[in-house]
Design a protein around this ligand. Structure first.
Ligand code: AMP
Length: 378
């Protein structure tokens, strides 16, 4: 039977029919810009350094060629994806697993905080791809419960965060344990010198792909500020939550204590979760799940959550505390209006934040507008 209706390419990229079907099932119609650039290079087996943010479709950019190059007939572990956090490990595994399901490709997820025995069992099922945080993978390597001798492709995802979190020595140990005849792809939002050094040492003649961060000033994000005394911010936020028809909001605070405090206060009237670096991984993950599933449509977060996590369809980003700098602002605001969806970012500017307000106004220009909310008006 001929499947005349079925797409034979993904925006011109020739892929196996099972992969095309998986892409179709995920509802992706066209490759994103990074996918259009990365997929052909990785399919050729070349090394690659990709500068791209979360939200650009980078998981698919490496996931699709990774799946295409796996031979599911063998029982070997053929590809490795290293990620900085457990949350990202789970997100990447889900996506790669969905892409590879049609060909019987098995994916194992290895991260700290989960019982290692369960992972032993998963590893005994001969996965083809491992998505892992560096510490836990090293643990398995030392126990000889994983063998990297047949790995032909390694992806380092969010390399700058792995650097920030002190994982680079572990990453280097892992790369040194993978056969030299391999493909290495590295993705990072920024490319600091240490990442450049890894690329030079561990990669061969890599192709560089750079996708400019979608500016948060694009039409799809409406950016506002509200000038309000620090002590009235809770009142302002509650009013915004009522007036703005907020479906899902990420509310950023600077410290974990402030985040906890705000979550408790708001929790008296709203369904609120909290996520910060002081929480155990299990608690972070369940907070994230509850938010994604809209059981708690408001999530109070510190900057940990402003990078790297795939939080779909956030209608509002609220900076309860002004961000420390422009880069943090952009990371936070990048949580909304992803993949072209509309979104709103609102920054609450207190009496001590005028310097930052000036900087935001200067850098963002007229697209950064004063919000009409006035909690002092009668
Ligand atoms: P990522 O940058 O990998 O975190 O992807 C961001 C979001 O975009 C995820 O929810 C993906 O499922 C989605 N996505 C990735 N590629 C495409 C595509 N080609 N078309 C539509 N959505 C996509």
């Amino acid at each position: 039977m001929q499947a005349t209706q079925e797409a034979v390419t993904f925006g011109g990229l020739v892929l196996r029919s099972e992969t095309l079907r998986a892409i179709h099932t995920m509802g992706w119609q066209q490759p994103t810009p990074i996918q259009a650039q990365v997929i052909p290079v990785m399919l050729e087996g070349r090394d690659l350094v990709g500068q791209a943010q979360t939200g650009s479709g980078k998981t698919g950019a490496f996931g699709i060629p990774l799946i295409e190059r796996i031979d599911p007939q063998t029982r070997d572990l053929q590809a490795l994806v290293l990620v900085p956090t457990r949350e990202l490990a789970l997100q990447v595994s889900d996506e790669v697993r969905a892409l590879g399901r049609g060909r019987g490709i098995k994916v194992v997820t290895l991260f700290g905080g989960q019982a290692i025995e369960r992972q032993f069992a998963d590893l005994r099922r001969h996965p083809h791809i491992a998505v892992a945080t560096p510490g836990r993978l090293l643990d398995h390597m030392r126990r000889s419960t994983v063998s990297l001798g047949k790995v032909r492709t390694v992806v380092l995802d969010e390399a700058d965060r792995m650097l920030d979190m002190g994982f680079l020595p572990d990453v280097t140990l892992i790369l040194n344990a993978v056969p030299g005849q391999r493909q290495t792809a590295l993705f990072s939002a920024t490319i600091p010198a240490e990442i450049r050094t890894i690329a030079n040492r561990q990669m061969q003649n890599p192709v560089s792909v750079r996708i400019a961060a979608p500016a948060p000033t694009v039409d799809t994000v409406e950016q506002f500020y509200v000038e309000v005394a620090e002590e009235d911010k809770v009142k302002a936020l509650r009013r915004l939550l009522q007036e703005e028809a907020i479906e899902s909001a990420l509310v950023f605070r600077r410290t974990k204590h402030r985040a906890d405090r705000l979550a408790t206060t708001l929790g008296r009237h709203h369904r609120v979760g909290v996520i910060h670096g002081g929480m155990r991984q299990g608690a972070r993950l369940s907070a994230l799940r509850a938010f994604v599933e809209r059981r708690t449509p408001i999530l109070v977060a510190t900057n940990v959550a402003s990078r790297g996590l795939d939080l779909p369809e956030v209608s509002h980003v609220i900076n309860f505390d002004v961000p420390e700098d422009m880069e943090t602002y952009i990371h936070r605001v990048g949580r909304t209006a992803r993949m072209g969806r509309p979104g709103t970012a609102i920054t609450l500017v207190g009496q001590h934040d005028t310097a930052m307000l000036d900087e935001l106004r200067r850098k963002l220009g007229p697209s950064f507008k004063r919000h009409r909310l006035n909690i002092y008006a009668r």
